[in-house]
Design a protein around this ligand. Structure first.
Ligand code: NAD
Ligand code: UDX
Length: 452
C-alpha cells in the first residue's frame, strides 16, 4: 500500500517513521508545506527531538520512508492518506480562545478533493472535535466526481518524550469508521497496518464519533488528574502534609492507580489545554453549560497553579525580585523533548519579567530563538540571558527555579552551585525532582510543590 501523511510535525513524523519501520511492504511519504521542516527531516538534525527517533528514521528513510513538500503527488499516488496537521485553539472570530481552528484540516480535505484521481481512505490522525469527520466527508463528497472516499478516525495517544516507546507498544490503537460494508473494509485496511506489530486485541474499533470523542476525553481525564493533585498540593502547603506522600498513598488504591499523579508547577504541552478548551466549547455548543464548567475548572486550576508558584517565589524572596538574578533550569514542557508549547516555564518567566527580574535560562534541548518567540522578546532584551549549562545560569543568582524535570538536573553538584550564589540561596523545585533535605543541608532555602 502507498501511505501519505499530510503534516510532518511532532505526530506525523514519529508516527509515520514507526509505520515505515514496522511495515517494510508499505511506502510512506510524509509531506508538509513547511520547506524548512521537510529539509530538516531529510537531514541529520531532525526537527523533532525524541529518544530513539533518529535511529528509526535513519533505518527507513530513502527506503520506504520519504519526506517531501510535493503534497499533490503524494496525495495522488496514495491509497491511504493520514491528516496530521495542527489543530490549534482558534485565535479569531467565533469561538476564539476555545474552539479548535480547523482551517488546516479543511485545506487538506479540499486539496485531496482537488488532486485525487481515484478512491482514497482518509484517516484523521489530528485531534479533532467530535463530528469533524462529517465536514471532511461533505467537502470530499461534494467534489467527488465519482471517486469514493472513506473517512476514518485514528487519534494518536503518544506522549512527547516517550513517543517511540508509546508507538512501539501502545496501550491501544483506536480506529473509528462508518459501520457500512465499505466503512468496515476501510477500518480493516488500517487494522492490518497496525496489526503488523500491535497485538490485535489492542486495536479497538468503534464508530466515528466515539473515536473522535475518546481522544478529547482521554486528554481531559489525564489533565484532570494533574489538576486534582495540584489542587491538593496547595492544601498540603497549608497543612504540612506532603503531596508526594499523599499521591503515593492514594495511588496504591488500584481503583485510582499511581500514574499521572505527580504534582508540578502546572501541566503544559500542545494538547491538554487546547483539547479541554475544545471540549468545553463543544459542551457549550451542545447546550451543556454545567459539563462545560466542570471541565473548564481543570484549566482554571492549572492557571492557578502556575501563578501560585510565581507568587510564592516573589513573596519568599522578600516580596521583590526586581534586579535579582533568577536561574531558570528547564524551559521545555517536560523532559526529553525540545517542545515548549504551553510550557509552564513561559508563564512563570513572564510573571517574573513583569516584576523586573533578570532571568538566566538553561535548557538542554530548547533553542534560544524558540525561547525568545515564546516570551515575545527580542534577542537584545537585557532582562533575559541564555546559558550553556546550569552552572553558568546559577552563577551569582539569588534563586534557582527548576521548571522541567530533566534527569541531568538531579546529577548537578549543588555544593558548587551554592558556593557561587548570592545568599540566602533560594531554590524552588517546581517538579519535586530534587532531594530538598540534602539541599537544605548544603544551606539552600529549598522548597518544592505541596510540601508543607
Ligand atoms: P505540528 O504543529 O508539530 O505539525 C503540524 C504540521 O502540519 C506542521 O509542520 C504544518 O506545517 C503542517 N501543515 C499544516 N497545514 C498543512 C497543509 N495544508 N498541508 C501540509 N502540511 C500542513 O503539530 P503536532 O504536534 O504534530 O500535532 C498534529 C495533530 O496531532 C494535532 O491535531 C494535535 O492535537 C494532535 N496530537 C498531538 C500530539 C503531540 O504530542 N504533539 C499527540 C497526539 C495528538
Ligand atoms: C499528552 C497525553 O499524555 C498523550 O496521550 C496525548 O497523545 C498528547 O497529550 P504530552 O502532552 O506529550 O501527552 O505529555 P504528558 O506526558 O501527558 O505531559 C503533559 C504535561 O503534564 C507535562 O507538562 C507534564 O510535565 C505534566 N504532568 C504529567 C504532570 O505535571 N504530572 C503528571 O503526573 C504527568
Amino acid at each position: 500500500m502507498k501511505i501519505c501523511c499530510i503534516g510532518a510535525g511532532y505526530v506525523g513524523g514519529p508516527t509515520m517513521a514507526m509505520i515505515a519501520h514496522k511495515c517494510s511492504g508499505h511506502t510512506v511519504t510524509v509531506v508538509d508545506i513547511n520547506q524548512a521542516r521537510i529539509d530538516a527531516w531529510n537531514s541529520d538534525k531532525l526537527p523533532v527531538f525524541e529518544p530513539g527517533l533518529d535511529e528509526i528514521v535513519a533505518g527507513a528513510r530513502g527506503k520506504n520512508l520519504f519526506f517531501s513538500t510535493d503534497v499533490d503527488t503524494a496525495i495522488r499516488e496514495a491509497d491511504m492518506i493520514f491528516l496530521s496537521v495542527n489543530t490549534p485553539t482558534k485565535t479569531y472570530g467565533v469561538g476564539a480562545g476555545r474552539a479548535a481552528d480547523l482551517r488546516y484540516i479543511e485545506k487538506c480535505a479540499r486539496k485531496i478533493a482537488e488532486v485525487a484521481e481515484n478512491d482514497k481512505i482518509v484517516v484523521e490522525k489530528s485531534t479533532l472535535p467530535v463530528r469533524t469527520a462529517e465536514s471532511v466527508k461533505r467537502i470530499l463528497e461534494s467534489n467527488s466526481n465519482g471517486r469514493k472516499f472513506q473517512i476514518l478516525s485514528n487519534p494518536e495517544f503518544l506522549a512527547e518524550g516517550t513517543a517511540m516507546a508509546d508507538l512501539e507498544a501502545p496501550d491501544r490503537v483506536l480506529i473509528g469508521g462508518d459501520q457500512t460494508p465499505e466503512g468496515k473494509a476501510a477500518i480493516q485496511a488500517l487494522v492490518d497496518v497496525y496489526a503488523t506489530w500491535v497485538p490485535r486485541e489492542r486495536v479497538l474499533t468503534t464508530n466515528l464519533w466515539s473515536s473522535e470523542l475518546s481522544k478529547l476525553t482521554a486528554n481531559a481525564f489525564l489533565a484532570q488528574r494533574i489538576s486534582s493533585i495540584n489542587a491538593i498540593s496547595a492544601l498540603c502547603e497549608a497543612t504540612e502534609a506532603n503531596v508526594d506522600e499523599v499521591a503515593h498513598a492514594i495511588g496504591t488504591d488500584s481503583r485510582i492507580g499511581p500514574k499521572f499523579l505527580k504534582s508540578s508547577v502546572g501541566f503544559g504541552g500542545s494538547c491538554f489545554q487546547k483539547d479541554i478548551l475544545n471540549l468545553v466549547y463543544l459542551c457549550e455548543h451542545f447546550g451543556l453549560p454545567e459539563v462545560a464548567a466542570y471541565w473548564n475548572s481543570v484549566i482554571e486550576m492549572n492557571d492557578y497553579q502556575k501563578h501560585r508558584f510565581s507568587r510564592r517565589v516573589i513573596s519568599t524572596m522578600f516580596n521583590t525580585v526586581s534586579d535579582k538574578k533568577i536561574a531558570v533550569l528547564g524551559f521545555a514542557f517536560k523532559k526529553d523533548t525540545n517542545d515548549t508549547r504551553e510550557s509552564a516555564a513561559i508563564y512563570i518567566c513572564k510573571d517574573l519579567l513583569e516584576e523586573q527580574a533578570n532571568i538566566a535560562i538553561y535548557d538542554p534541548k530548547v533553542e534560544v530563538a524558540q525561547i525568545q518567540r515564546d516570551l515575545g522578546i527580542d534577542a537584545d532584551n537585557k532582562y533575559v540571558s541564555y546559558c550553556d549549562d546550569a552552572y553558568e545560569a546559577t552563577k551569582d543568582a539569588h534563586a534557582i527555579l527548576v521548571l522541567t524535570e530533566w534527569d541531568e538536573f538531579k546529577a548537578l553538584d549543588f555544593k558548587k552551585i551554592y558556593d557561587q550564589m548570592q545568599l540566602p540561596a533560594f531554590l524552588f523545585d517546581g517538579r519535586n525532582l530534587l532531594d530538598l533535605e540534602a539541599l537544605r543541608e548544603i544551606g539552600f532555602e529549598a522548597s518544592g510543590i505541596g510540601k508543607g
